[in-house]
Write a protein that binds this ligand. Structure first.
Ligand SMILES: C[S@@+](CC[C@H](N)C(=O)[O-])C[C@H]1O[C@@H](n2cnc3c(N)ncnc32)[C@H](O)[C@@H]1O
Length: 387
């Protein structure tokens, strides 16, 4: 299996080079309107925004900045295939303008915009980014009534274009089963509140670039891509930043395309891609090890497990996980200034054979396609898993 990854230093309001209905999933995080660090970027793209900010008109600035994003959401609708999803990580802003402290509800404005474009909204995720910053309490402190609730969450808004995606051919069905996630991961990843992910502070390599990248943690696009697409799909990020969506797509065996307006990000993206094989494989190892640990705990509580994964030979909770395979990365080749090709192994044991620290439960077991898990005793399963 191979995937390709490309990014363009272009304005995503004009994504003409991407054909209509060609993208399976959009995962992105735009610059948040009314957050100070993005004022210049918005103003440079629309002089009316500069004028509104200079005139200290907060609500007009908020609306104009969102109108700029609306043009990208139009493109997102155009390029998505029917049945494809768009996941938008967006935070609200709080700001005092003309002595008036208020919330600028970006998530509501984006939701409204996406509805007007014809997207179907799906349940959203609240990403709780708890902070211990000493200035997190705003307003009048312990004195009523002028204090403000602390803003410690962002949203991951999720939309679908048109009807649910169908997997009608046998090849598509196999690809889907192969892309399954573990049952216990589903219970966590499909929660509507994510509390286990901290924001990242990523320095940019290039001196000309912004000091902070505003990148989301790898785990955000990795989960979204794993949940809302299958291997071989193409993921698009119109606000590419330093390419976290590309890293996550590569780790998950999906293709990716990104648009970024800031030409200074290239160096950082290249150096991130250089470590992507090792980084992705270590996340894959972690998922497998977590699964083995989960199964071990479950078996210890005396609960029977009916199914076996045909690639790894370890027990899985549902029939849907029987063909699950996390393809490890073999190599990443730079195929152009801003493009990469990733080669994957279909061998479930690929890296584990080389890594002697990996639990023997995975390393030593040969996949046995003919094994009938239903007939195996619980004791035998424990032995197989925990050898
Ligand atoms: C919040 S950051 C995205 C960070 C990204 N998720 C990551 O992990 O690196 C938003 C990015 O959108 C870019 N941007 C803003 N307006 C744009 C436009 N019209 N077209 C393309 N990129 C744009 C900014 O330069 C910034 O890098």
């Amino acid at each position: 299996m191979k995937t390709t990854h490309r990014f363009f230093i272009e304005d995503s309001k004009k994504s003409d080079r991407i054909p209509s209905k060609s993208i399976d999933l959009v995962v992105t995080s735009p610059p948040y309107p009314m957050i100070k660090m993005w004022d210049d970027l918005f103003s440079e793209q629309d002089p009316k925004i500069r004028k509104a900010m200079d005139g200290r008109d907060g609500l007009l600035s908020f609306e104009l900045m969102n109108q700029m994003l609306d043009r990208v959401w139009d493109e997102v609708y155009r390029i998505l295939k029917f049945g494809g999803c768009a996941c938008i990580n967006i935070g609200d802003a709080v700001r005092t303008i003309n002595d008036n402290f208020m919330l600028y509800p970006n998530h509501a404005r984006v939701l409204d915009s996406m509805l007007s474009k014809g997207f179907t909204p799906l349940p959203a995720i609240i990403w709780r980014k708890q902070t211990n910053a000493p200035n997190k309490f705003m307003g009048s402190g312990t004195l009523p009534a002028g204090a403000y609730v602390t803003l410690e969450h962002e949203y991951i808004l999720i939309f679908r274009k048109g009807e649910k995606r169908s997997f009608d051919s046998e090849t598509k069905k196999t690809g889907r089963r192969n892309s399954a996630i573990f049952w216990e991961e589903r219970n966590n990843w499909f929660s509507d509140v994510w509390m286990d992910l901290k924001g990242t502070v990523q320095k940019l390599n290039d001196k000309k670039a912004r000091k902070r990248s505003a990148a989301f943690p790898f785990e955000v696009p990795y989960r979204l891509i794993s949940i809302f697409s299958v291997k071989g799909d193409t993921v698009f990020d119109p606000f590419f930043g330093i390419g976290t969506t590309m890293l996550a797509a590569a780790a998950a065996g999906r293709n990716s395309i990104g648009f970024e307006i800031d030409e200074n990000v290239g160096e950082t993206i290249n150096s991130r891609m250089k470590t992507a094989v090792e980084f992705s494989n270590s996340r894959i190892h972690e998922r497998l090890e977590n699964h083995i640990e989960f199964i071990k705990n479950r078996l210890e509580t005396g609960k029977a497990i009916k199914h076996t994964n045909q690639h790894y030979g370890f027990p899985v909770i549902t029939k849907q996980e029987r063909e699950l395979l996390l393809n490890q990365l073999i190599s990443i080749e730079k195929t152009g200034d801003r493009s990469f090709e990733v080669d994957y192994s279909d061998d479930p044991q690929y890296e584990f054979i080389r890594d002697s620290s990996t639990p023997p439960a995975v390393r030593d077991q040969k996949p046995d396609k003919k094994r009938d898990p239903a007939k195996k005793s619980l004791q035998k399963q424990v032995q197989l898993t925990l050898l």
